[in-house]
Design a protein around this ligand. Structure first.
Ligand code: NAG
Ligand code: NAG
Ligand code: CU
Length: 173
């Protein structure tokens, strides 16, 4: 195995063991990844969203130039029609963190003229939170808003252990 693959495995293990529990409030998804919230460059936020699984408790981070973009949370018909005049909520700092608080679709468009029609719109479908089921299997701690984080962390640790076991085999330890 070459060193870049080793480094990749090490990174994966590190991320899985450390990042999951370290984050408070679930996963953070930067909309559009490094391109951010913008238009052009064949950005397709439908495809961006399709490659992710969103949960209640996760956070959407919209990074953009607020001189030329904004973020409007809208209802489905306004999303489909790219209508900017009856937004549920408007964000315009240029660096907006939006916590996903409910399951189902969450629709966001840019309100600047033409941008939504140009594709600056995203439909984030959140599935159930990764929080503990109603009966806690451990009973070790009272329910808290961070219950989901511990589970995320727990599954990350599990994933990390799996990855580590796999890398040990591959690396011949
Ligand atoms: C909606 O679009 C109009 C122009 O069509 C623009 O003047 C207005 O600022 C936009 N509103 C929001 C909230 O983005
Ligand atoms: C984005 O991708 C989806 C799925 O591949 C496609 O249906 C849609 O037409 C694309 N949108 C744009 C604006 O290219
Ligand atoms: Cu825009």
């Amino acid at each position: 195995m070459d060193s870049s693959r080793k480094a990749g495995l090490l990174l994966a293990v590190t991320v899985a063991l450390w990042a999951g529990p370290a984050l408070s409030g679930g996963m953070i998804f930067t909309v559009g990844d490094s391109a951010g919230w913008t238009i052009g460059n064949n950005l397709n936020y439908t495809q961006w969203a399709a490659s992710k699984t969103f949960h209640v408790g996760d956070t959407l981070l919209f990074n953009y130039n607020n001189q030329i973009h904004n973020v409007l949370e809208v209802k489905e018909p306004d999303f489909n029609a790219c209508k900017n005049s009856s937004a549920i909520k408007e964000y315009k700092t240029g660096k907006d963190s939006i916590l996903i608080t409910s399951i189902g679709h969450h629709y966001y468009i840019c309100g600047f003229p033409g941008h939504c029609n140009f594709g600056q719109k995203v439909d984030v479908l959140a599935v159930g939170s990764s929080a503990a089921p109603s009966s806690s299997p451990t009973g070790l701690s009272p329910p808290s808003p961070n219950a989901g984080d511990r589970l995320v962390g727990g599954s990350s640790v599990f994933l990390g252990v799996l990855i580590m076991a796999a890398s040990c085999v591959l690396l011949g330890f």
